[in-house]
Design a protein around this ligand. Structure first.
Ligand code: ADP
Ligand code: MG
Length: 462
């Protein structure tokens, strides 16, 4: 345990950077930031391990920005991420943190997007590159990317990159970076491959782990003993009883995910599965619908859910007990964010009691058991998500902005601001959440009306 100050002002950061942090509402450092920023700002290599949502992005972003010379037009920092959506999240966070300084150029390099545009962005000059290992290697092979001036290399979500088989790609990229650079490795867990990476590509790394414990009382945990053949049905009993608007359900295998989604959908729940092998576009659609509250249950394996930052999540259901107690801590930390209270519901069969014991040991407290028979279906019919998602054909490419869509719905269509939820503008399509009760009508009104002066194609996603 460190006794480091949690005040950003205790760091050697310029006043305009500190002022920007205050503006962003970053009033004090999170524990992983307080532990990793002092050595990172001294130029040390670090391996930092902390759970999802603990603020790891800002920890490395502030360090790489401190190493940056804005007047030098060359790539000075590179962040490797496992997926495009995480690379986009990291780019957004770096831009927010960099806005105290004029003209810092951040370029995202991920697969699934034409190379040409990325090459043009690189030619315009980039200070920071964020991307997936495969696409970055591609640019290196083609001679589009010069790393001679690189001073900071970041491996974000290193455990997940290893899970996805990126070890060789990471190694190839790292070998092309100047040996004098600083390397920062961030991870939620610490699998074996990480030691191998750090031995090969890091110098005297300082290892920092922030204990994965949650505030007592913020997360309410209940356990239910089930027989194998009643496990999936027990999930729908829990949903009917507790009626959480958004639930993340963890299974140990993809097959269990598929089976559970089939059972829930057959019973009329709005449930979707998140798999590693989904196409990027399908994955984006699933995540948009879950995050905008038009899907009640997202069913996922630990690998598929890693790194997801979902703000409002009322419940986590552990459909299977995980053999790794640290994974259990990561799972339950998805709920009870900020001031909200979180609900965790665990199903366990007799042969999983050994795993339950390991979790109790790590958490230092006994499990609270309840019988399934105390679950009663709530009133008001089957559980429905509060929102529904409309997909509009046309996105950034057509210069559609969230304001245009909101304007059309609250103007011509006559809806109130409260009936419209999250609006996600992607490259070629736009997703807008609306209150479930007006969804069908909104599709018609929007389809007959205009967005930004043009008629648009609209459909309801289910
Ligand atoms: P991780 O990478 O550890 O999963 P993120 O970097 O995505 O976590 O951060 C999670 C959330 O916390 C983000 O929305 C981020 O803006 C916010 N955050 C990060 N640092 C702070 C801070 N010091 N104070 C307040 N919010 C913060
Ligand atoms: Mg992260």
């Amino acid at each position: 345990m460190t006794s480091a100050s949690a005040d950003f002002a205790s760091l050697a950061l310029p006043p305009h950077v500190l002022a920007n942090l205050t503006q962003l509402g970053y009033l004090s450092m999170t524990p992983i930031q307080a532990a990793s920023l002092p050595p990172a700002l001294l130029g040390k290599d670090i391996i930092a391990q902390a759970k999802t949502g603990s603020g790891k992005t800002a920890a490395f972003a502030l360090a790489l920005l401190a190493n940056l010379n804005v007047r030098h037009f060359a790539v000075q920092a590179m962040v490797l991420c496992p997926t495009r959506e995480l690379a986009d999240q990291v780019t957004t966070e770096i831009r927010r943190l960099a806005r105290a300084e004029e003209n810092i150029k951040v370029v995202t390099l991920c697969g699934g997007v034409a190379l040409r545009g990325q090459i043009a962005s690189l030619e315009h000059g980039a200070h920071i590159v964020v991307g997936t290992p495969g696409r970055i290697m591609d640019h290196l092979d083609r001679g589009n990317l010069d790393l001679a001036a690189l001073n900071t290399l970041v491996l974000d979500e290193a455990d997940r990159m290893l899970d996805m088989g990126f070890f060789d790609d990471i190694a190839k990229v790292a070998r092309q970076c100047p040996p004098t650079r600083q390397t920062l490795l961030f991870s939620a867990t610490y699998p074996e491959g990480i030691a191998k990476l750090s031995q090969q590509f890091m110098q005297n790394p300082q290892q920092i782990t922030v204990q994965a414990q949650h505030e007592e009382g913020k997360i309410r945990q209940r356990w239910y003993e089930v027989k194998h053949n009643e496990r999936l049905h027990a999930v729908s009993m829990l949903l009917d009883h507790f009626r959480p608007p958004s639930t993340l359900a963890f299974c140990n295998t993809k097959q269990q995910c598929r089976d559970l989604v089939a059972v829930l959908q057959a019973q009329g729940f709005s449930a979707m599965a998140l798999f590693g092998e989904l196409e990027q576009r399908e994955r984006d659609q699933v995540l948009v619908q879950f995050a905008n509250r038009s899907c009640s249950v997202l069913v996922a394996t630990d690998v598929a859910a890693r790194g997801l930052d979902i703000a409002q999540l009322e419940a986590v259901i552990n459909v299977d007990v995980t053999p790794d107690p640290e994974v259990h801590i990561h799972r339950i930390g998805r709920t009870g964010r900020g001031d909200a209270e979180g609900l965790v519901l665990n199903l366990a069969s007799m042969d999983e009691m050994g795993y339950v014991g390991k979790i109790e040991q790590l958490q230092g407290r006994e499990s609270e058991w309840h019988p399934l028979s105390e679950l009663t279906p709530g009133t008001g019919g089957p559980l429905q998500p509060p929102m529904a998602t409309l997909q509009i054909v046309g996105g950034r490419k057509e210069k559609i902005r969230a304001g245009d869509v909101l304007g059309a719905l609250t103007g011509d269509c006559g809806y109130t601001r409260e009936q419209v939820g999250k609006i996600n503008v992607n490259e070629f399509s736009t997703y807008v959440a609306v209150a479930r009760g007006i969804a069908a009508e909104a599709v018609r009104k929007l389809g007959n009306g205009k967005v930004k002066g043009r008629s648009v194609k609209v459909r309801l996603l289910d």
